[in-house]
Ligand binder design. Sequence first.
Ligand code: MLT
Length: 399
Amino acid sequence: MRVARRMHKIPPYMFAELDRRRAALKARGVDVISLGIGDPDLPTPDHIVEALIRAARDPATHQYPPYEGTREYRQAVADWYARRFGVALDPNTEVLALIGSKEGLAHLPWVFVDPGDMVLVSDPGYPVYGTAALMAEGEPYPVPMSRERGWVPDLGAVPPDVARRARLMFLNYPNNPTAGTAEPGFFAEAVEFAKRWDILIVHDNTYSEIAYDGYRPPSVLQLPGAKDVAIELHSLSKTYCMTGWRIGFAVGNPEAVRALAALKMNIDSGQFAAVQAAGVAALRGPEEPTRSRVAVWQRRRDAAVAGLRAIGFDVAAPRATFYLWVPVPAGYDSVGFTAHLLDHAGVVVTPGAGYGAGGEGFVRVSLTVPDERVHEAVDRIRSALSEPAGRPAEPSGRR
Ligand code: MLT
């Protein structure tokens, strides 16, 4: 069987690959601590689960849902936006339900990119942006980010001939994998850039609610004129610990929302209406469950940062996301250090190079395991540092 040529352009999905390696180690009896994928270990709040159960008992939810999302879900999204960001949205034209934000991110290039068009992706960045551009036969253009610039891309460094050919620009703040944050000043620059070059900003705001020390991440749509050039995607996955439920939304520019909906109605038939009812309960429900989950991640952040600094890592304490972006020790690259931690510590992290060349020199640590496992992971990493680089451990699975 021959797969399409475009399939050869995309690498294996990093998290599926890590999962495979984790399962192989586990099968050998190794007690693996997975600080790889950002999949919260904390449960979905009860009132959301109860809403699903109630809705699933209502036969009205058993038929196809409306393509664009239920009216109640879209209204709940619009009301949440008004409360959280002070941004007014028309639920009929500016809100679209998604089967998780990843689904929307992956489909957007199909809607806006012709073969040979360019797509600006931050480097490092969430791998789906570049892969989705390739699937639409566009050309991802990596816009470099650096620690010195606070992990926001230098738009001034995008050559004019690239900007002219670009149709989309993916942004993501709070950022995955670097945990960098962006100020409204950066978004103002991005909006101006998008207007000058006629580019649609796709802002992935998945981590907007996972923030610490009083920080409240903004929406790009708060910027004057942003709705002319931006669509923003959210996920309920991280805010409400609902990764398995597959529910998110896209909001903003009505033309972009309509175009994405037009594609989606030819591909999927919407998310189960009962899951959307649970989404309404999440968006309209108490904020305390999210606050208490964020407090747990903050505690883990503090413990992991202190522990890693104590063993020599120059790691920044992020003010958002549940990720640490950790420089690898001298003598390793990111893939080598990831392999070393797997072999000698039974700890899974993600190699920075998996997020683009700009991620080299770092690994991402996800704080989505219980506190005691975070402590244990730091202890194991300390022991692994005393093992010489490059020598695999005995395959005995002693841990
Ligand atoms: C992450 O850990 O970056 C994401 O949760 C992975 C994914 O969406 O597949």
